[in-house]
Design a protein around this ligand. Sequence first.
Ligand SMILES: [Zn+2]
Ligand SMILES: [Zn+2]
Length: 639
Amino acid sequence: MQRKSSRRSTVAKSKSEGAAPSSSTSTTSNRGTEASSSRSQPPKKRQKISGNQAEAAEQPAESCSARGSKCGRKKRKTMLPEMPLDILYEIFSHCEPRELLQLSRTTKAVRATLLSREAAGVWRSSLFAVGLGPQYMMEEVSEPQLAHILYDRFCFYCLCKNATTVVWMALARCCKKCLSKHFPDNKDVLSRYDLSKHESGRLTDIIPHLTVTKVPEAMWPDDEVIYYSLEHLKRYDEEYETVYSDEKALEAWWEEKEQCLDRWIEDREWVKEWFEIEIAVREDFRTTMRIERQVTIVRKLISLGWAPEIQHMGLEMLLAHRQLRKSEYFSEFDWPKIQDEMISLMKVQRKQRLAKKKEAAMAKRYDKVRKVYDSFLQSHCVTFKAVPRFEDIAGRDEIRDLIHERPLSTPLHSADIRQALIDSHPARHQEWLGECDTALVNLMRDALGPAASRTDLRLATTYFSARLYSGDPRNLLSYPQVLDTHRVTRQVASYGTSPRLDPWSSRYLTFDKKIYERARELVALVGKDPDTATADEMDVMDPWFERKAGVEDEERRAMRWREALYSTRNRVSHLVLLDEEDTAVAREALLRSEWKPDLSECRFAKCKHCNKVWCRQPSGNLHIYMHLKAQFVIVSSLT
Ligand SMILES: [Zn+2]
Ligand SMILES: [Zn+2]
């Protein structure tokens, strides 16, 4: 270490005229032979980059030189070189290497001062201040160059921004694209360079290279990848050409290169370690800075009363905002700079939050009206056969006004809803029924001609089929079953600020002509007039049918009239009406069988024995079956 330090300090002294990274080609040419390619970039491109960076560097330049001065910006810049040099150097030596780099890109005069031989001490003390003592200096790079490698984040090869990789073997910053271009790996290098001619040993052994272990704790050499500096490979190859004929010279050259590589590796190890720690510390610092910034901004917003908005958008979303992701110092004094942006963000959130709140309140009101309506139906309706569902009344003016016009601050009481329902009942009910009937009669007229009338709806021959979706099985509906909303709509209603209603509609219905023809035959079969017999009459009469006798010992199968109507695979001409005796047997058999009808689509059920009405519970249960089981003995046909 002692030896190393002294060696380095003399080296540093001897080449203090080394130029900063963005110097022109002429300056780079008189640097050591091992100088990296980065210092021989075309000057034109270089100037472009330094121009960009000069802008970015303005602020640190001011903060370093003339903070607090009342002079204009322009004047301050020009003032710098006019200062006595010793004062200037004193100021510069308190700057960090990054700031010196930025300063060197401000003006030609400052640049000349900073890159002069006399300024080498400035760079040294600046580097020393960040922990880079003399032992970190390397033969082949000057102090400004070292700062350039460690602090400038553009690619030395293509000049693109944000090159985070430092290629230590070449002492260069490199982007991903240039890495594979300028540093081929051990497989790639053979295809790109002819190495077969170097008989006395592989040239790749002595050129700067980097070994990367793909898998940690690699078990096989295959898991290691070695990257070579192509630039060195070319240069060494040329040198090799000049010495290979002389055996002694070749041996000396080879030895020199080997030693050179050893020294390089040792040198870089020091700086590399420093760099890795520095990166970790910088990252840690940035994280701390960001968290502090986030806490300050969030606290500020909360103090201004935006807590509900933060809650609404979610803290995580807020922290992901542009202004909160920055790793820059933030204090109360910085608030005015971001105030407008943050407040308008909060305003958008407030708008969304209030809209969501209103939406929920509206949905809740609709739900309440639905419940009150259900209980209203239970207590007011005599017949449950043709009652509009909630979907049908939700769009009525009196209901909509009740829900939407009343301010959110005024609660909606059940009594108000009930009153509105009573006021409009039964006139509104009749109105609704009339509209539905008209729509259905129109469907009948489309199929049967203009003679069809409202009374025809109750005929035993009147059936509608609903096709809600293509491929649906035909859903046969008689009257007034067909008025039940959920059977004939797509059930896509949603209730809120702008509700989507789904009232009863004849849109998906057609008058079923086939069933009509079939029903006429069946009605005629029982001796009634198909033009006047109603479905109710048929139900009261309760005729039973069976297939005409086929095979003698086949079990006889009797069916009621609606079943006979629906089982379309049996032609009516193949059916016969059961005589009185057989009908009685069939009815008796039905009574003895277990009675468990499908009530899944019923809203109400009425017990014929005690006239009690059962209403579907919010849980979805209809308790009539339990009631019947408790009141009467239901005997399973199997027992
Ligand atoms: Zn690049
Ligand atoms: Zn009962």
